[in-house]
Design a protein around this ligand. Structure first.
Ligand code: FES
Length: 156
């Protein structure tokens, strides 16, 4: 596998939360301004975020924005809330099935999180999506302070 596309060890991906990674879209035009995980690298190029979880028993990855209000991040750099195989949006309580991103409850019921392709090899998770390059673990530039997210009912 291409080591430049290695995101993390499988054991680093939590079963009851998410691991945040920053990606660079190959086609910057394909990124919507309204997506809450959109940041900007030092060179001005757009960056986005992926959340990885093992809640479905194997590693899955999605873009880090809700399908209800797309400017809301699911993981605000402290791990999204994940229980019983579902990723929660803490703003209005939508739940997304971790195996495919389908919203089975909440204001965006029926919507689906945007998938990011990943694959597992030799105990590590690799980006397997032609739409992105891997940048680093952690939030996209400018997102580490929780910026760009609306306040949720927990006050975060
Ligand atoms: S913003 Fe996620 S459920 Fe409303």
């Amino acid at each position: 596998m291409d080591e430049h596309r290695r995101i993390a060890g499988v054991e680093e991906v939590p079963e009851e939360s998410t691991l945040l990674a920053t990606l660079r879209p190959v086609d910057p035009e394909a990124v919507d301004e309204g997506e809450g995980d959109l940041g900007e690298g030092e060179d001005g190029a757009p960056e986005v975020e992926a959340i990885l979880t093992r809640a479905a028993g194997e590693v899955r990855a999605f873009r880090n924005y809700c399908q209800h209000w797309t400017d809301v991040r699911l993981d605000k750099d402290d791990g999204a809330f994940v229980r019983n195989g579902e990723v929660f949006c803490q703003t209005h309580g939508a739940t997304f099935e971790a195996d495919g991103g389908y919203c089975n409850f909440g204001p965006c019921e029926g919507a689906v999180l945007e998938s990011v392709g990943v694959t597992v090899a030799d105990g590590a998770v690799y980006l397997d999506d032609d739409g992105y390059d891997f940048v680093r673990l952690g939030p996209s530039a400018g997102k580490g302070d929780g910026g760009g997210s609306r306040i949720d009912f927990t006050g975060n």
